[in-house]
Write a protein that binds this ligand. Structure first.
Ligand code: M6R
Length: 364
């Protein structure tokens, strides 16, 4: 049941410290600061190309993984929406690694993409939350998210546990490929080990998010901006808001702003900005300045340093713990989920069973 929580979505959001921790435990040795993946029926050292295929929220996890794997393993990664991939028939080189991310393991398009890749000489790795699912059964290897059953139609804990596994995979591939040394592995492991407690910190004080929810609930359109791994988190935030509150939301890579979306900005459009203190901070902060200068109402998500350094006059700030930039997407996923949830509650929508949506999309 939902326990003390009003909705499954909220319960599942609050389970994240525990399920991220449980998923990490299967791969991370915190004392040695090393990652060991479960057995895979192929050698990661021989993988020179990665393709990741998924739908919806699982696709946004794939996008984060592209940044991570390219950074740590220096292996080129291509990400695809399953429904696009399967009808495009892209040329596939023998022996490539194809990863299929699916909470349910039953998504029709992702399954069709897996079958196409298997028939075309790819090592197929499933990343699923349901180990007895069709996608898990048909893949060559399986990595499991230990999110537990996800009931809310809006995916929350499945997403952050997918990210957890993908971060470990990026480290393992980096080590196998010789792109990541022991010291660098230890550093990432230390950052990962901290994630469950930092996520718990975010959940402990959600007052800033609750405070802005009523004003977002009145908006007709909401924009989300981010750079680097903050970009897929912006996309995920916009999807969550659309799904549960029915408010039109769009996400853009912050650098794309002046290539079009800035025309949408006026004082009626809240702009949620994902902006941790990292090497991209200044770039995103200058986009914030541009939005504010056009009357945009910015809600700025950053850490203490990032908020202190910001000169633009924003409508609200949401402070997150300071963490290594590699793990930031795991943390910034939480406030965007919470915001969507509280906005939906303010609007009185059916949070766990939004209109027109099914938990798993087993037909095209
Ligand atoms: O079970 P899957 O991960 O394959 O599902 C993919 C999408 O249908 C799913 O993530 C969907 O976008 C969610 N409703 C997002 O909250």
């Amino acid at each position: 049941g939902k326990g003390q929580h009003r909705h499954f979505m909220l319960k599942e959001i609050f389970e994240q410290p525990e399920v991220i921790g449980g998923t990490l435990k299967t791969m991370l040795n915190p004392a040695e600061r090393t990652i060991t993946l479960p057995y895979l029926p192929f050698d990661l050292a021989g993988i020179g190309r990665v393709r990741i295929i998924a739908c919806g929220t699982s696709y946004y996890a794939a996008m984060v993984a592209k940044y991570w794997i390219e950074q740590l393993a220096r292996v080129p990664v291509e990400v695809d929406i399953a429904s696009e991939f399967r009808y495009r028939s892209p040329p596939l080189e023998q022996g490539g690694l194809a990863i299929f991310i699916s909470q349910s393991g039953e998504t029709a398009d992702t399954l069709a993409a897996l079958r196409h890749c298997r028939a075309n000489g790819q090592h197929c790795l499933a990343l699923v939350n349901v180990p007895e699912s069709t996608i898990a059964r048909e893949a060559d290897g399986v990595l499991e998210t230990l999110a537990g059953p996800e009931i809310g139609v809006a995916s929350t804990k499945a997403f952050t546990t997918q990210l957890t596994v993908l971060a470990c995979l990026a480290v393992a591939l980096g080590r196998a490929r010789g792109a990541l040394d022991r010291a660098a592995e230890a550093e990432v492991c230390r950052a990962l080990a901290e994630v469950p407690s930092r996520v718990a910190d975010v959940l402990r004080d959600d007052s800033a998010i609750r405070a802005i929810a009523p004003s977002i609930a009145e908006a007709r359109d909401v924009l989300y901006l981010g750079r680097g791994t903050g970009y897929p988190i912006a996309l995920e935030g916009a999807l969550k808001l659309k799904e549960v509150s029915y408010i039109h939301a769009e996400a853009y890579a912050a650098g794309e702003l002046k290539h079009g979306p800035i025309a949408l900005i006026d004082d009626s459009v809240p702009v949620i900005v994902i902006c941790p203190s990292d090497h991209l901070y200044d770039k995103t902060a200058s986009n914030v300045q541009e939005v504010v200068a056009r009357g945009g109402r910015v809600i700025f998500l950053s850490d203490r340093h990032g908020i202190a350094r910001l000169s633009a006059k924003v409508a609200a700030t949401i402070e997150l713990p300071e963490v290594a930039s590699f793990v930031a997407p795991l943390l910034y996923a939480i406030p965007v989920q919470m915001l969507a949830y509280h906005v939906a509650v303010a609007k009185g929508t059916d949070v766990d069973q939004p209109r027109n949506l099914a938990k798993s999309v087993t037909v095209e």
